[in-house]
Design a protein around this ligand. Structure first.
Ligand SMILES: [Zn+2]
Length: 274
């Protein structure tokens, strides 16, 4: 898969699962053609860790925020800390935030409050937002539409991404109408994911990015194992096949979309991750 220029737009290098062999993970990412990676926080501690990593590794950028699973920890004090972290030039987004009504690890009312508050914080910081949505698509889209109606930020640049997109075409259309990008992850390679591939096949490439969501959701043939950024090449190949595009072309175009969303220059990403 040489010749690909890739971005992993969502990987949790800040989690314990990645810690033991991080230098190897980074070396394999560089070998796979990855030029930039975005590491989202899931709570305050992992957001701090994401910023630390982004300040240390040239190709790593951070997002700071509180995942819906940890929404009960959201408070004015945490908000103030996330806002302060957002001042780092290495922070390119707020997130990941959103709603998860599948696992319901935090009370839904807390999830909604934390999500709204982080959407407003993104607007205040003029940063895009990374959105997690699971079994909550109507609620997430309604929140995003309400937010878009009340806030004018980013001057026409994309307001965010629905990461690990798994919704239907109608949901995709509503997100795209708001200017959101869709992040495509490992499931695009799963044998039974024909519905997802069919949905994606009718979405123009300009609205798509690729991601691993490492350490979770490894693509075929690593499904069930720990995921890592190098495998984003497999996601890109799976998506290219679904779209009927050449994989090198798809990789380049989705990397350009990531640059547009996160605000780094496409030709300016660090060719040497290490
Ligand atoms: Zn994630």
């Amino acid at each position: 898969m040489s010749g690909m220029r890739l971005v992993d737009s969502h990987c949790h290098l800040n989690l314990p699962e990645m810690k033991a062999d991080l230098p190897g993970v980074m070396a394999r990412a560089a070998d796979a053609g990855i030029e930039a990676m975005v590491v989202p926080g899931i709570d305050l501690a992992s957001s701090r860790k994401a910023v630390e990593m982004a300040e240390r590794w040239p190709g790593v950028y951070a997002a700071v925020g509180v995942h819906p699973h940890h929404a009960a920890s959201w408070s004015p004090a945490v908000q103030a800390e996330i806002r302060a972290l957002g001042q780092s030039p290495r922070v390119v987004a707020i997130g990941e935030t959103g709603l998860d009504f599948y696992r319901d690890l935090a009370p839904r009312v807390a999830q909604v409050e934390s999500f709204r508050s982080q959407l407003d914080l993104a607007a205040e910081c003029a940063l895009p937002v990374i959105v997690h949505s699971r079994s909550a698509s109507p609620e997430v889209l309604a929140e995003l539409e309400t937010w878009a109606a009340r806030s004018h930020h980013r001057n026409g640049r994309p307001p965010g991404v629905l990461h690990a997109f798994s919704g239907d075409l109608q949901g995709a259309g509503r997100a795209i109408a708001l200017g959101f990008l869709l992040g495509v992850a490992g499931p695009v390679t799963y044998p039974k994911a024909d519905d997802l591939r069919t949905t994606l096949s009718s979405i123009p490439c300009e609205h798509l990015m690729v991601e691993t969501d490492a350490p979770y959701m490894a693509p075929v043939p690593h499904r069930g194992c720990r995921n890592e950024p190098a495998y984003v090449a497999l996601v890109a190949c799976g998506l290219a096949t679904a779209l009927g595009l050449d994989a090198v072309e798809l990789a380049s175009r989705t990397s350009g979309n990531a640059a547009r969303l996160f605000g780094w220059k496409h030709d300016d990403t660090n060719r040497n991750l290490l």
